[in-house]
Design a protein around this ligand. Structure first.
Ligand SMILES: NCc1[nH]cc(CCC(=O)O)c1CC(=O)O
Length: 306
């Protein structure tokens, strides 16, 4: 019997995601049991600063990756969209479970849809990607940054600090929040999600063959290949989670992939968008990014290089 140590942030969503993976693995082999080890990341510690201003990629993963390299934990479950495009030597994403809903969701205090929201209404989001797309669709709205976990943000919506907020549907669904019932799912044409949104990344040491064989059993090939294309797009644009970059890839037929990618200026005035089809995820993501770079995406993104 081997005890597998699972590193997890302490937030409600992180623990739900870690427990979900442990639950999926538990029935698969009698040779392993699992224990969660809590890890505090930089992103958890600096809650008062707008994320895009904190700087540095992988705010929610660095300390966890160090624990993996040190051997104090064996694997960790991340939100895929928090993962930087490149991993440290010696670590890999060994498994990508089936994707949850990738869409963004719009929650307003009085039930108004994004289209119905009155001019000048204040929408809370700390994501440059969401801010840019919201302002592109509704230039008459005001966007203000909001930090804190999902519960904190909901409280700020209810007490009137904001007229509306935007959150990932995946997080809301995993947490089973009642507010889901009245919220509006934003279509990809209005809010294209972050790279990897709704997917999980299970990261472990490349050398741990025994554990990798177990983790592979809950890998979902369709999620893995589509997220791979999105991450190739991100890598070519040299971006992390905190940049106005969005992408979503879907499978078409048996071997086909279709990727929509976007780079926007934070004020929403400029939105560069492309849709390409292909078969190789790395080539497709790189090609889509190359097209946007040729159309001027580099200039927009150079303001966020960190
Ligand atoms: N940036 C924080 C973060 N990382 C993952 C999720 C939600 C779950 C997911 O997208 O997989 C969230 C919250 C949000 O964007 O609303």
């Amino acid at each position: 019997m081997r005890t597998i140590l699972v590193g997890s942030r302490k937030s409600r969503l992180a623990l739900i995601q870690s427990r979900y993976v442990i639950g999926a693995l538990s029935g698969l082999s009698p040779d392993f049991d699992f224990q969660i080890r809590h890890i505090v990341t930089k992103g958890d510690r600096i809650l008062h600063v707008t994320l895009s201003k904190v700087g540095g990629k992988g705010l929610f993963v660095k300390e966890i990756e160090q624990a993996l390299l040190d051997g104090t934990i064996d694997f960790a479950v991340h939100s895929m969209k928090d993962m930087p495009a490149e991993l440290p030597d010696g670590l890999e994403i060994a498994s990508v479970p089936v994707r949850e809903d990738a869409r963004d969701m719009f929650f307003s205090r009085n039930g108004a849809s994004l289209e119905e929201l009155p001019s000048g209404a204040v929408v809370g989001t700390s994501s440059l990607r969401r801010a840019a797309q919201l302002l592109h669709f509704r230039p008459d709205l005001r966007v203000q940054s909001v930090r804190g976990n999902v519960d904190t943000r909901m409280a700020k919506l209810k007490n009137g600090e904001f007229d509306a907020i935007v959150l990932a549907a995946a997080g809301m669904k995993r947490m089973g929040l009642p507010e889901l019932k009245t919220a509006e799912y934003l279509p990809f044409g209005v809010s294209l999600p972050a790279v990897g949104q709704g997917a999980l990344a299970i990261e472990c040491r490349s050398g741990d063959a025994e554990l990798k064989a177990l983790l592979k059993k809950i890998n979902d090939e369709e999620t893995a290949v589509t997220v791979r294309a999105e991450r190739a797009f991100l890598k070519k644009l040299n971006g992390g989670c905190q940049v106005p970059i969005a992408a979503f890839c879907e499978c078409k037929g048996d071997t086909g992939l279709a990727l929509t990618g976007l780079v926007a200026s934070p004020d929403g005035a400029t939105v560069l968008k492309t849709r390409l089809e292909g078969t190789d995820p790395d080539v497709l993501g790189t090609q889509a990014a190359g097209e946007l770079l040729a159309r001027g995406a580099g200039k927009i993104l150079s303001e966020f290089s960190n």
